[in-house]
Design a protein around this ligand. Sequence first.
Ligand SMILES: Nc1ncnc2c1ncn2[C@@H]1O[C@H](COP(=O)(O)OP(=O)(O)OP(=O)(O)O)[C@@H](O)[C@H]1O
Ligand SMILES: [Mg+2]
Length: 246
Amino acid sequence: MAAADNLPSLRAVHLLKTFGDGASQRTALRKVSLNLFPGQLALLMGPSGSGKSTLLAILSGLLHPDGGQVLTRPNDQTSFVDIWGISEAARDDFRRKHTGFIFQGYNLFPALSASQQLEIVLKWGNNLSPGEARRQAEEMLDRLGLLNQRHKKPAAMSGGEKQRVAIGRALVKNPTFLFADEPTSALDWENGQAVIQLLRDAAHSRGATIFVVSHDARMLPFVDVCFHLDDGNLEEHEIPLVVAGE
Ligand SMILES: Nc1ncnc2c1ncn2[C@@H]1O[C@H](COP(=O)(O)OP(=O)(O)OP(=O)(O)O)[C@@H](O)[C@H]1O
Ligand SMILES: [Mg+2]
C-alpha cells in the first residue's frame, strides 16, 4: 500500500509563482508546500484558474518557480535533489530519467501511429529492442482498450483515444514520478475508471509517485490523498476510507 517508506519522495516547500506585472499581475501559487510519498496516488482538485497546471509544471521541472523549493528523491535514494537548484542540463537529465508527464493537450507526434508513439519511448528512453518495444507497446494499448486502433495516427483518433495514447506513452516509461493534468477529461466513466486503475497499479505495485489533476470527484475513492487548490492556496482534504477494488 501507499507510503510504505515514510520519507517523502517529493517535497514542495513554500512555492511561489506570479505571472505578469502591474494591473495584469496574477498570483498562481501562494507559499504552496506538500509532501508526496513513494507508492502514492495523489489527486489535485480545484476550480479553473486556481493554479493546478502551474503547480504540476513546477513540481515536474518544467516551469521555474519565483520562490521555494522542489526536493525529489528518485528510486528511494536517501538524499534529496533540489530540482530548481541544479543546472538546466542536470534538470533535463533528471526529467528524462525519472519523470513522466501527461499534458492537458495530449502532445502526440502527428506523424506516428498509436503504437509508434509508445515504441519510441521504449526504444530510445528504455533501450529496448524494436521487437520488445512493439510487444510492450501493444500490451499497454491492449490494457487501454486501444489494440485495434494501434495503426491510427492522431488526426484519425477521437479525443478520448488520443488521451489514452498519451497516458500509455507516459506509463510505459515506468517513471518514478508521474504527473497527469486532467488525464480522463475526454473519457467516459468506464474508460476513465480503467485509466485510474492503471495509475493506481503503477503507484501501488511499482512504487511510483503519481500526482493527478482532475475535476472528477468520482476519482476520490481510488486515490490515497487529495489536495485542493483555491486561488493559489493548497489544503489537504479528507478522502473516503473505503477503497474500491482492493
Ligand atoms: N503563462 C501564463 N501567463 C500568464 N498567466 C498565466 C500563465 N499560466 C497561467 N496563468 C494564470 O495563472 C493562474 C493559474 O493558472 P493554471 O493554468 O495553473 O490554472 P488551472 O488550475 O490549471 O486551471 P484549469 O482548471 O482551467 O486548467 C490563472 O489565473 C492563469 O490565468
Ligand atoms: Mg490546468
